[in-house]
Ligand binder design. Structure first.
Ligand code: URA
Length: 432
């Protein structure tokens, strides 16, 4: 029998907890036997003191043990690959990666999450597709991955229930951005969902939980170690989240951009990330190809229309209308003109994410309903040259007053200078 207050005290004082103490704490919380306030205090102690690698492993293990696990590879009789992002602004990568990977003949079954703070969630984006069902039973999920090659659903209630509880508590206690907590949260879900090989997109910069490349590397290494201890192959891409990814921020707008990308007409940074992630997923799959061949096959799937066709099959199988015209559109579209000529040297991701959130694209409380039509389209991004008065961005809003507010916020996220900034690609590093 553990005493939570004593364990909180030990962690607060910088001591290392034993694996079974962490296990009891997590499982006791998941069973409803330990109250939120004690776990909130424990999370804050972890935030300041961190966890050792043995403690992080014990936390991950306990979170997995809080629910069921799925052996997707065994159920399909194939090696299964998965991808996960640590969260950013405008990150619709899975919606484009899934159909490309499936079109290349590799099964892709993914459980995604909802938005958190200024970051959007893939599930919220997919729900802008009329009819799309995010909740499939595990059996339906496995059957769809087998028959259609692709399914993206919400995290099943029975898989890692401790993460659902901890995640919600972290969100409201300022304890999200701690390396061990993020690593355990992500890897417990990936391991429980049964992928054999995982590509992790670790976001770095203003709009990410990890603000510096050094912190992102530490997070990548912790996740890599957790994956290896569970017998999984893991590759971490460290990618730029100083500015929003692609142009669109907001649910239906992002689905539209993912669709454009599947038709070969996506923004350059987003297209690059999608193709890179696909190349690595295909190289980790049972196709027996290297990254260069994976990249060539991914490009071919876009060029020959098979990736777009996989999107249609997938969305139909999940009850949605795959037609672009079925996606909701906001009634008001306002332009954000450049106040002067120059080069965009900065476009800060968080203010753009928050402007979209305030328009209704995200939730301020867990109960908030999302307006899927609204959001921002950043027409100009870092390095682009603009003339005075030319639109920097578009605001898609429900009404004029909210459009005007968002336009002012988006303008404040831009920095224009006379000289162009140094060039910087989307991929900053790879940890494998
Ligand atoms: N994504 C997750 O799934 N968990 C975290 O803690 C942060 C991002």
């Amino acid at each position: 029998m553990i005493h939570p207050a004593e364990l909180i005290e030990h962690k607060r004082d910088g001591e290392e907890l034993a694996p079974d103490e962490i296990r009891e704490l997590v499982l006791g919380y998941a069973r409803g036997e330990i109250p939120d306030y004690q776990i909130a205090a424990f999370l804050m102690a972890v935030y300041f003191r961190g966890l050792s690698s043995a403690e992080t492993f014990a936390l991950t293990d306990a979170m997995i043990a809080s629910g069921e696990t799925l052996e997707l590879g065994a159920a399909l009789g194939r090696k299964c690959v998965d991808k996960h992002s640590t969260g950013g602004v405008g990150d619709k990568t899975s919606i484009a990666v899934g159909p490309i990977v499936a079109a290349c003949g590799v099964p892709f079954g993914k459980m995604s999450g909802r938005g958190l703070g200024h970051t959007g969630g893939t599930l919220d984006k997919l729900e802008s597709i009329p009819g799309y069902r995010v909740e499939l039973s595990i059996d339906e999920f496995v059957a769809q991955v087998r028959d259609v090659g692709l399914a993206i659903i919400g995290q099943s209630g029975n898989l890692v229930p401790a993460d659902k509880l901890l995640y919600a508590l972290r969100d409201v206690t300022a304890t999200v951005d701690e390396v061990s907590l993020i690593a355990a949260s992500i890897m417990s879900k990936k391991i429980a969902a049964g992928a054999d090989a995982i590509v992790l997109d670790v976001k770095v910069g203003d709009g990410a939980f990890m603000k510096s490349l050094e912190d992102a590397r530490v997070l990548a290494e912790v996740m890599l170690e957790l994956g290896h201890r569970a017998g999984r192959e893991v590759v971490c891409l460290l990618t730029d989240m100083d500015q929003p990814l692609g142009r669109a921020v907001g649910n239906a707008l992002e689905v539209r951009e993912a669709l454009d990308t599947l038709h070969g007409q996506g923004p350059p940074d987003f297209t690059e990330l999608v193709l890179d992630a696909c190349a690595r997923l295909l190289a980790l799959s049972d196709l027996g190809v290297d990254e260069a061949e994976g990249r060539a096959r991914a490009e071919q799937a876009v060029a020959d229309g098979s990736a777009a066709a996989a999107y249609v099959r997938w969305v139909r199988a999940q009850g949605g209308d795959p037609d672009e015209s079925a996606l909701p559109r906001a009634p008001v579209v306002a332009r954000v003109p450049a106040p002067q000529a120059g080069f965009v040297t900065r476009l800060r991701a968080i203010p753009v994410g928050l402007a979209a959130l305030h328009l209704g694209a995200g939730r301020r409380t867990k109960e908030d309903a999302i307006d899927h039509a609204v959001g921002i389209v950043c027409l100009r991004k870092r390095g682009d040259e603009v003339t005075a008065g030319e639109p920097l961005a578009e605001v898609h809003a429900r009404d004029e007053p909210s459009a005007a507010r968002a336009a002012a916020d988006v303008l404040a996220a831009y920095e224009l200078t006379a000289e162009p900034p140094p060039r910087r690609g989307i991929l900053l590093d790879v940890v494998a």
